[in-house]
Design a binder for this molecule. Structure first.
Ligand code: ZN
Length: 253
């Protein structure tokens, strides 16, 4: 281990990583909730993520599918921070990722899908609100591109909704309780690119610290949990996370 590594990387074999929008902005995915986020600048756009409006209004669904099409651009790829976490897992450290993101970039970077818990669901699949049939979102988007601007369920004609948690919906209780277990059993809890203002996800930090984990926050702006943190890193995530993961790997070697 080099002399510049922080003391908290020593003896860590179980890492839990809570990731938010900030880890994906380098990949071209916009931050929605932040001070300069998409929803802050365009409250109208937030409306299309409201479950009630989505179900009731075909116009909202048309706008939603157009917007989602923009997130599936070919140039959206995992970045250095996603890759650093995947490499840390590959090196033998037990890494569990608890993500608020729905972009699937952790899995695409090489993190094991079963080690990634998607707290807010995933954009990768759409589900019929009437019969429960599922369809991969890229396939739905092909239908949108071909002219079906409010694509119906292929089985029953019902309304398709991406498998994400929308405004007005609660987090899956099983997913949340698993996330709490993972937080409590971690030795190091990294909170990366999240403002830690959205509960109940943010409370995972407190759960980890109560059970003895070291909390390290990597975020550009202050968070409500900064006082609990052993270290706060304001450096850009794209350089901070590869550096932290490299230090963890060499400390474990
Ligand atoms: Zn259906």
């Amino acid at each position: 281990m080099d002399g510049n590594s922080p003391a908290w990387v020593r003896g860590v074999s179980r890492v839990a990583v809570l990731t938010g929008a900030g880890i994906s902005t380098d990949s071209g995915i916009p931050d929605y909730r932040g001070p300069s986020g998409v929803w802050t600048r365009d409250p109208e756009l937030a409306e299309i993520f409201n479950r009630e409006r989505f179900v009731a209004d075909p116009g909202v669904r048309r706008r939603y599918w157009r917007h989602i099409g923009g997130l599936y651009r070919a140039d959206v790829r995992p970045n250095a921070a996603h890759r650093a976490l995947a490499e840390l897992e590959a090196s033998g450290t037990a890494v569990r990722i608890l993500t608020q993101n729905v972009d699937g970039l952790h899995q695409r970077a090489g993190s094991s899908p079963r080690k990634v818990l998607e707290l807010h669901g995933t954009l990768a699949t759409a589900r019929c609100l009437r019969c429960g049939a599922t369809e991969p979102t890229p396939q739905v988007l092909e239908r949108v591109a071909a002219g079906a601007d409010d694509p119906p369920c292929l089985k029953c004609g019902g309304t398709l909704q991406p498998a994400v948690v929308m405004f007005g919906q609660f987090l899956d209780s099983q997913v949340l309780s698993l996330a709490q277990n993972i937080a409590r059993h971690s030795q190091l809890f990294l909170a990366v690119g999240t403002s830690l203002t959205v509960e109940p996800s943010a409370g995972l930090c407190a759960a980890a610290v109560e059970c003895g984990a070291t909390l390290v926050i990597v975020n550009r702006d202050p968070t409500p949990y900064d006082e609990l943190a052993t270290e706060i890193v304001r450096e850009p995530i794209g350089t901070a996370l590869p550096r932290i993961c490299a230090a963890l790997r060499s400390a474990a070697a």
